[in-house]
Design a protein around this ligand. Structure first.
Ligand code: BTN
Length: 253
């Protein structure tokens, strides 16, 4: 990463041709003393993982499959805020790298024209009150072409190359992302979630739209109104009730 402008993030990079998951590697590196900002990148993942136990399609040489080690001194229950921060940084970095109209679907999927181009998976250590460390896993479908996707993903997934019509520099995008992330992360650690929340809301494709989600208590339908201080999504139901959604997936309607 020759043109990297960050102070801490990405100053140490581990690059692999093929791994099971960059997340697994990053956890192991932390166990052997890796510092904050350590970045794991792979050309290909054989067992890339997504949120909620799903698999993440990570073909060779086409995407950005990376995991970033963070050691924020924040309570465990602030983790959702960090994933929202990550989505904002990614959105900004993509906007600076190629001409696409990208928006954030709560909590942290990046969409172009309703199709997913990027996903974020944060994994933390242990159940201590304060986080020991967080691995921020980021997958960006950069240069995948339609034929690189299995049939089942084609209606719901796209890439920066498909959306913009040209291949993008993965190196430039990684550097820009790390720079944007570092800035927002410093802002967050100093000022808290409020400024991040505003930035997230400005980039969101979720707000003011009808959504539906499944919760352990049953389905919820309503209009997505905004984020609360913890990063939960507030939904206004047709009955006029305000319900908070803390995790899971939403369907835009
Ligand atoms: C999701 O949208 O469900 C999250 C996808 C996260 C994928 C990335 S790719 C790099 C890192 N390694 C993994 O195994 N997963 C994350």
């Amino acid at each position: 990463l020759a043109g990297l402008k960050t102070k801490v993030l990405g100053r140490k990079v581990h690059l692999f041709d093929e791994v099971d998951s960059t997340q697994t590697i990053a956890h192991k590196l932390v166990a052997s003393g890796a510092e904050e900002g350590t970045l794991v990148l792979a050309e290909m993942q054989t067992a890339g993982r997504g949120r909620m136990g799903r698999a993440w399609h990570s073909p060779a040489g086409k995407g950005i499959w990376m995991s970033l080690v963070l050691k924020p001194r924040i309570p465990v229950y602030f983790m959702p805020q960090l994933t929202l921060l990550c989505a904002v940084a990614l959105c900004r970095a993509i906007g600076q790298t190629c001409a696409v109209d990208v928006g954030i679907k709560w909590p942290n999927d990046l969409l172009i024209g309703g199709k997913k181009i990027s996903g974020i998976l944060l994994e933390s250590s242990g159940e201590d009150e304060r986080l020991k460390y967080v691995i921020a896993g980021i997958g960006i479908s950069a240069n995948l072409l339609v034929e690189d996707y299995p049939e089942a993903l084609r209606p719901i997934a796209t890439s920066l190359a498909i959306a913009s019509g040209s291949l993008i520099s993965r190196e430039k995008l990684v550097q820009t992302f790390l720079f944007e992330f570092e800035e927002l992360y410093a802002l967050y650690l100093e000022k808290g979630f409020a400024p991040i929340r505003l930035l997230w809301e400005a980039q969101s494709v979720t707000l003011h739209r009808p959504i539906r989600t499944m919760t352990p208590q049953g389905p919820i339908e309503g209009i997505a109104e905004g984020l609360d201080d913890s990063g939960a999504l507030t939904v206004l139901t047709p009955a006029g009730e305000r319900i908070k959604v803390f995790s899971g997936d939403i369907e835009l309607r």
